[in-house]
Ligand binder design. Structure first.
Ligand SMILES: C[S@@+](CC[C@H](N)C(=O)[O-])C[C@H]1O[C@@H](n2cnc3c(N)ncnc32)[C@H](O)[C@@H]1O
Length: 322
């Protein structure tokens, strides 16, 4: 069983969903675009570049927590587990964990970006030939990409959700996503999940507005993608990248700010922008350990333990489905 590159009808359906979401997002009083569309092939590569940027401490810190605690984490997961990774991207983080686990039953990565997923699958199979990998291309917030799981062998299932991707969801949506994870797990199955922790706003803002301007290119690539895929005429020089920490909502917001009054055509529909108006493109929520434990409980999980770096910048949590 295998979900590979999208077939033609699937591609057409994805394009029309993309157009619908873009027109809906740009047609509202406050303009927004769903952050999942940041990840076309170029966006996924730019995200990999962001992970290398010195201001973006998240990936480095998470990696150091994994490196220090890998054996302990593998022991918590236990033998014969099937690992499921929603939003797997280049699947780099799972490889060391799969290698450390006792007799893993396989790996089920899910991503909306088929190219990055297929490259990753080839790499894993080259590095760990016995590993069973079933890739699923699709939106992990939709139940259908989880359907194949029922047919896969496992004694225990563990959802692996690193990268603080849960932070991209507003708290009520994060809760719904955890409920979807729990619905695809049995009682006692695991969730290994990374969260960025609340910290000073200067460090947070620098991470999302880095001095090498990689996040800016990542954010603006969304307009390029809309131009290419939806016959739009965004002029990228008329938008600026903005990222700021919202203290009350405990999240970094990423926006594209219109630098003057102008209009844009998207598949024949005119969209008006006034100077200073923004398109809200991404949220990255930050948590304290206790806030996140409460979220886990609301989403159907019992928090078991967590690992942090020495500076308490970032945490990896292990929880069990109730
Ligand atoms: C922030 S990256 C995290 C990648 C990787 N898990 C990590 O920790 O580095 C997000 C990845 O999730 C994918 N993604 C984002 N939203 C998605 C969605 N709703 N469904 C499926 N994949 C999604 C993107 O294509 C991208 O590869």
């Amino acid at each position: 069983m295998k979900a590979a590159l999208s077939s033609v009808p699937e591609k057409q359906q994805q394009d029309s969903e993309f157009l619908r979401d873009v027109l809906e997002g740009l047609g509202g009083k406050r303009k927004t675009l769903p952050c999942k569309y940041l990840y076309d092939e170029v966006g996924s590569r730019l995200f990999e570049d962001i992970c290398e940027v010195s201001d973006y401490y998240l990936t480095r810190t998470e990696a150091s927590i994994f490196a220090t605690n890998l054996k302990d984490i593998a022991d918590k997961i236990g033998p014969e587990a099937l690992l499921i990774e929603p939003g797997a991207g280049n699947c780099e983080k799972i490889e060391a964990l799969l290698a450390q686990l006792e007799s893993p039953k396989g790996y089920y990565p899910i991503d909306i970006s088929p190219e990055i997923l297929l490259n990753a699958e080839h790499r894993i199979k080259a590095n760990q030939p016995e590993m069973q990998v079933w890739s699923a291309v699709g939106d992990f917030t939709q139940p259908d990409v989880w359907d194949q799981l029922t047919q896969l062998p496992s004694r225990k299932r563990v959802v692996f959700f690193p990268g603080s991707t849960i932070g991209n969801f507003e708290p009520d949506k994060a809760e719904q996503l955890l409920e979807l994870f729990a619905a695809n797990l049995g009682v006692g199955d695991g969730l290994l999940i990374g969260t960025d922790l609340v910290k000073d706003s200067v460090r947070l803002e620098r991470a999302y507005h880095d001095s090498e301007h990689v996040t800016e290119r990542f954010n603006k690539n969304l307009l390029n993608r809309i131009n290419t895929e939806l016959e739009a005429d965004f002029d990228l020089s008329l938008f600026a990248h903005r990222a700021f920490y919202h203290q009350l909502r405990k999240r970094v917001e990423m926006h594209l700010v219109s630098l003057k009054d102008h209009s844009v055509s998207v598949a024949g529909t005119r969209v008006e922008f006034s100077e200073g108006e923004t398109i809200h493109t991404e949220n990255s929520h930050k948590y304290s350990i206790s806030d996140f434990n409460q979220l886990l409980a609301r989403g159907g999980f019992r928090p078991i333990c967590h690992w942090k770096d020495a500076a308490a910048s970032y945490a990896i949590h292990y929880a069990q489905a109730i």
